[in-house]
Design a protein around this ligand. Structure first.
Ligand SMILES: NC(=O)c1ccc[n+]([C@@H]2O[C@H](COP(=O)([O-])OP(=O)(O)OC[C@H]3O[C@@H](n4cnc5c(N)ncnc54)[C@H](O)[C@@H]3O)[C@@H](O)[C@H]2O)c1
Length: 322
């Protein structure tokens, strides 16, 4: 099969490219390399364009008969989205519109979209179901709600089939250790904890507060291994013709870990002590985000390979050390 991966030079997209190649599919990547890295992918065509550029997107999609599109390209730094909400909307929402307009034009009918748990906002210590209210607490989450709505409308009106996967916290690296989480700047907890060990950094700053209604007062998140995420995409694309035209699934582990528990996990895996201090809470940071994953397990028959936070951290540690 021929697949197009937008944002394929990014963290999760590059793992998708690798899995598709492992299954002997042909992959083309669209990426403007704004936050991605060319060295995360190999053996495929990389088209360096911006998904906001309609004519270049048209030109790219007209060239091959793609069987489907995996759409990862987006800006996704929550704090930055408060500073430049318009830029986030243009990039994530208008970019998505361009892409699906072009897909329709060239009769490419299967789409998998990277959505986010950020669509829900604060769940106030309840496990989150796909049917829960959408109440994003930041501009980034709003762009994902808007994109989902556009995709859903297309599926109703035209002949598009799509899945929006709402990921909770992606983490870990490919088991081969050849690719892993590479963001610049890095805002995610596990890579930053590991980097603080590698760089002998003292007084690691912990954002997210210590006054939440959780057991130890720090935010609770649901961490899911990047390989489990892209595996869900692979299964989703294979089954897309047998599902309703539009579907939404959470992808998480169904388990929550507080920041303090993640620190303990990193310390256990690396056998090093982390020296940290608490910093001010981030703006509108939900205290608890944990997924109900019964829908994806039942409907896609997806299962999790990396079941513990330690097994996820182990792959990240393996990659960062290299
Ligand atoms: N990492 C997470 O924990 C997480 C959680 C929930 C949702 N997501 C979503 O998953 C997707 C991938 O996230 P990631 O962590 O791999 O991010 P990333 O920044 O590593 O990857 C995004 C890629 O898209 C490219 N890109 C961005 N805007 C583009 C544009 N206008 N045109 C062309 N290419 C563009 C970037 O260069 C980058 O390679 C994003 O849509 C993100 O919102 C990520």
């Amino acid at each position: 099969m021929n697949y197009l991966v937008t944002g394929g030079a990014g963290y999760i997209g590059s793992h998708m490219v690798k899995v598709l190649q492992e299954h002997n599919h042909d992959v083309t990547v669209i990426d403007n390399l704004s936050t991605g890295f060319r060295d995360l992918i190999s053996d495929c065509e990389i088209i360096n364009i911006d998904i906001r550029d309609k004519s270049l997107v048209d030109k790219t999609l007209s060239k091959r008969n793609y069987n489907g599109v995996f759409h990862f390209a987006a800006k996704s730094i929550v704090n930055e989205s408060f500073k430049m909400p318009d830029e986030y909307r243009k990039n994530n929402v208008e970019g998505t519109m361009n892409l699906i307009d072009s897909m329709k034009k060239y009769e490419i009918n299967n789409l998998i979209f990277s959505s986010s748990a950020a669509v829900y906002g604060n769940s106030y210590n309840k496990i989150i179901r796909e049917t829960d209210n959408l109440n994003p607490s930041n501009p980034y989450g709003k762009t994902k709600v808007e994109s989902e709505n556009i995709i859903s409308n297309y599926c109703e009106a035209k002949d598009l089939r799509a899945i929006s996967f709402r990921y909770f916290n992606a983490a870990g690296a490919h088991p081969s250790g050849t690719i892993g989480e590479k963001h610049e700047p890095e805002t995610h907890l596990i890579p930053n904890l590991i980097k603080s060990i590698i760089n002998n950094q003292y007084n690691f700053e912990l954002y997210g507060g210590k006054d939440n209604l959780t057991n130890d007062g720090t935010c609770v998140r649901d961490y899911i291994h990047v390989s489990d995420i892209v595996n869900a995409h692979y299964i989703g694309m294979k089954k897309i013709q047998n599902l309703k035209p539009y579907n939404v699934f959470n992808i998480g582990s169904g388990k929550g870990y507080s920041i303090m528990e993640v620190i303990s996990g990193v310390e256990a895996v690396t056998n090093k002590k982390i020296d940290y201090k608490h910093s001010e809470e981030r703006q509108n940071e939900p205290s608890y985000l944990v997924a109900d994953i019964s829908k994806i397990k039942n409907q896609l028959e997806w299962s999790i390979e990396y079941n513990t936070i330690e097994s996820i951290i182990e792959t990240a540690w393996n990659w960062h050390r290299k």
